[in-house]
Design a protein around this ligand. Structure first.
Ligand SMILES: *Cc1c(COP(=O)(O)O)cnc(C)c1O
Length: 330
């Protein structure tokens, strides 16, 4: 299997928006998109996307994880960028169509088909900096991905950044390209200076998230993570882990917490990043004010593994889906 995100399903689902209406979505062979150089997205970053997965079970059918929640999140992202908001049914059916068209290419779990619905503003007007794009293209790209932890779950090293924010408060919970552009510079600089894998953004000491994953502290009986607000992306993995964790007897604490509390807690709590690509990644080391701080003994912990397994068992069809999280594609 190639690197995550570099191999693609042979077909995409695609629809266009113009004159106040969407065209009927179609399934097309994967090919470059013809684009006008004045397209709104190139100049004013009118773009949002989603990222989630479909699995192929032993019965040969696909199962999409939390399809309707991802559709809802994408519609929120589109609205926050003043892009045409695709109908929930249309978008869900485009995703199902894209999974169906690429079903045979999905290897069995733990491999999966990563799904990347993308919406871009295509209005041909470089004078529209302060005007919404009234034309848009919506497509669902797919990418077969292998087991994220095929080489074992190595504990990550994070820089604790207590000044800079990942992005702006009004777009923090929008899955939009500009947010990653904003986090890129500080992340590359931290990699070079401290040899860290990621930056944990904690503006004014408020522990938020990294460039593309949520942050959780986990003990034998508690899961602590920041309560939902507009500063960070509301991850579906975070939400799923909190729901499963509650059922498994963990006390769920959703509240703001500071860098001071973080540094205290990591003596005994495990730290994890959560996101669709890796589910739960262990964090072994924090770098703060030039000093390295171990998270417990610096190794991946047992609670991360327990919660990750509970989530994956549902995704892989090894445990019943009591939450109605999976959509079957035959
Ligand atoms: C996508 C994303 C996440 C993780 O969300 P999931 O729904 O769990 O995949 C977290 N933070 C950011 C900034 C993201 O873009």
């Amino acid at each position: 299997m190639k690197l995550f995100g570099t191999e693609f399903g042979g077909h995409i689902a695609i629809a266009q928006y113009a004159d106040g209406a969407w065209t009927a979505p179609s399934i097309e062979p994967l090919a470059p998109l013809p684009m006008h150089p004045a397209a709104h997205v190139f100049h004013y970053a009118s773009t949002c996307f989603e990222g989630f997965k479909a699995y192929r079970w032993k019965d040969g059918k696909g199962r999409i994880f939390r399809l309707h929640d991802h559709v809802a999140r994408m519609r929120k992202s589109a609205a926050s960028l003043c892009l045409p908001v695709p109908g929930a049914d249309m978008l869900a059916n485009m995703v199902i169509g894209a999974v169906h068209a690429n079903l045979d290419a999905i290897p069995e779990p733990p491999a999966s088909l990563y799904l990347r619905p993308t919406l871009i503003g295509t209005l041909e007007n470089i004078g529209a900096a302060a005007a919404p794009s009234t034309k848009a293209t919506l497509f669902v790209l797919t990418s077969p991905v292998g087991d994220y932890f095929a080489g074992g779950a190595a504990a990550l090293k994070l820089l604790v950044e207590d000044q800079k924010a990942r992005t702006t408060e009004q777009l923090g919970s929008t899955k939009t390209g500009g947010n990653y552009a904003a986090a890129l510079g500080p992340t590359i600089a931290a990699k070079e200076k401290y040899g860290v894998d990621q930056v944990l953004f904690c503006p004014d000491g408020d522990v938020q998230e990294t460039g593309a994953a949520n942050f959780l502290l986990i003990s034998d009986d508690e899961i602590l993570t920041k309560s939902l607000d507009t500063t960070f992306l509301h991850g579906m993995t975070r939400d799923s882990i909190l729901k499963l964790g509650a059922e498994m007897g963990y006390r769920i604490s959703e509240r703001p917490f500071t860098v001071d509390e973080l540094l205290e807690k990591v003596a005994t709590y495990e730290a994890c990043l959560s996101g669709t690509a890796a589910t739960l990644s262990p964090v072994g080391t924090l770098v703060y004010k030039g000093e390295e701080i171990r998270v417990r003994d610096g190794q991946p912990g047992p609670n991360r593994k327990k919660l990750q397994t509970a989530l994956q068992n549902i995704q892989y069809g090894l445990e019943p889906d009591t939450h109605g999280w999976l959509t079957e594609v035959a």
